[in-house]
Design a protein around this ligand. Structure first.
Ligand code: NAD
Length: 392
């Protein structure tokens, strides 16, 4: 079991930028990072407001002098300490990811960054270059990718269990923004502002998750795509609250991605369906412990997490924390990813490239592909839903 024993090495000294009190995703980072003992929270620039940051950080048990007013001060001051931070997670609104990540890498820190990592592919590739230059790990928080049944599906597809992949259906379509909730919700408000959110809303906010998981499962490259996007709540224009993307993959497969915040009544509806020539697989994030396997001509089956018939040697089915029948969920998925971030960051510190190469984790390339998807979708949708090449 990947997570069963605490690593003998010391935890990495870790900090957060963003993720302060009341933020949507800060707790998930702290819970995921500290679960298996790979990271210890030592410092933070948690909040845009310095007083709130200090109050929040000291409540978490940090000393007041390590709760910083801003990230640049944190990186500078921590670098002067013998026990200064070694890694940082960035959980701030999208526009800030690039400068914060760049400053962190230049300060010699390993980075975990929220998605979408940047506004442009050029910026994301820049981060990759700087991470390589400083020999630092760059992880991207595609938090659903730690679910074990995603990796079971990946293993089955790679082994040819469903035959050649023909159709990939991706969707993440919730209903929480069916009305203009951003009027009273700061976390929703910045998502509708292009200066902060970037060139997209739902495509970047949630479409990137489903896209990454389909890429992870199938390992197929997109050749071209065609996107249409809408702002059903008019004040959100030019950002979309609904989008449909058609894709053509390099092996001849085709796919669709539906990203929406206006799917009234829906909780998440994050579903990935992979149709092969012999069978189909389907995974749904509201029932993450199950993977549906439908073989043509046979009764449908449901594969359950934690069972002996799963492919044990896949990279994350071995993340099992408790036997089948007990529900694992979102926080376990995050811990599975953060454990891998911890393993590869420690490996980088001791120059152990073999461990890095052998360990799956959502890396900067995954981040770059997410941003490329957004760039291409905007190019397509804003030019009359024309088909565009995915790669230059
Ligand atoms: P939020 O608005 O709820 O919280 C943002 C936090 O960052 C707040 O505490 C704010 O004070 C702080 N902040 C803002 N600017 C800052 C700065 N310059 N320095 C320090 N702190 C700063 O936002 P959120 O919903 O938590 O989203 C944050 C990021 O996480 C976004 O990029 C979003 O796309 C991503 N996200 C990812 C997932 C996932 O599943 N991986 C889920 C939700 C959000």
């Amino acid at each position: 079991m990947f997570n069963e024993e605490m690593r003998s090495e010391q935890p990495l000294r870790w900090a957060m930028v963003g993720g302060g009190r009341g933020s949507q995703i800060g707790y998930a980072h702290r819970s995921g990072a500290t679960r298996d003992g790979h990271f210890q929270l030592m410092a933070g620039a948690f909040d845009i407001d310095a007083d709130r940051c200090r109050d929040f950080g000291t409540n978490l048990g940090l000393s007041a002098d390590r709760c910083y007013a801003d990230y640049l001060t944190m990186f500078t001051e921590e670098a002067k300490r013998d026990d200064g931070i070694q890694a940082v997670s960035i959980a701030t609104p999208n526009a800030t990811h690039y400068p914060i990540a760049m400053a962190a890498l230049e300060s010699g820190l390993h980075v975990v960054c929220e998605k979408p990592v940047t506004f442009t592919v050029v910026e994301a590739e820049d981060l990759k270059r700087i991470a390589q230059k400083h020999n630092r790990i760059f992880g991207v928080m595609y938090g659903y990718a730690g679910f074990q049944m995603i990796h079971q599906a990946r293993e089955m597809i790679q082994r040819g269990d469903i035959g050649e992949v023909r159709v990939i259906n991706m969707q993440f379509a919730h209903g929480f923004h069916a009305q203009e909730v951003e009027k009273n919700d700061p976390g929703a408000k910045w998502r509708m502002n292009p200066a902060v959110s970037g060139p997209t809303y739902v495509l970047g906010d949630i479409g990137t998750h489903a896209f990454y998981m389909a890429q992870l499962m199938t390992n197929l490259d997109v050749e071209s795509l065609c996107c249409t996007r809408q702002s059903f709540v008019k004040s959100r224009a030019p950002l979309e609250d609904n989008a449909h993307v058609m894709m053509q993959f390099s092996n001849g497969a085709v796919g669709t991605l539906w990203a929406s915040g206006v799917n009234a009544g829906s909780m998440h509806q994050q579903k990935i369906r992979i149709v092969g020539e012999k069978a189909s697989l389907e995974w749904w994030d509201e029932r993450p412990n199950q993977l549906s396997l439908e073989i043509q001509g046979e009764p449908a089956r449901v594969l359950e997490r934690g069972m002996s018939y799963l492919h044990k040697d896949s990279s994350a089915v071995d993340s099992d924390r408790i036997g089948g029948g007990h529900a694992e969920g979102f926080f376990e998925s995050w811990s599975n990813i953060y454990s891998r971030f911890g393993v590869v960051m420690k490996a980088a510190n001791r120059g152990d490239q073999a461990t890095i190469d052998a360990t799956w984790y959502p890396d900067i390339d995954a981040g770059i592909e997410g941003v490329r998807l957004l760039e291409r979708c905007v190019d397509s949708a804003d030019n009359g839903a024309k088909w565009v090449k995915y790669h230059d």
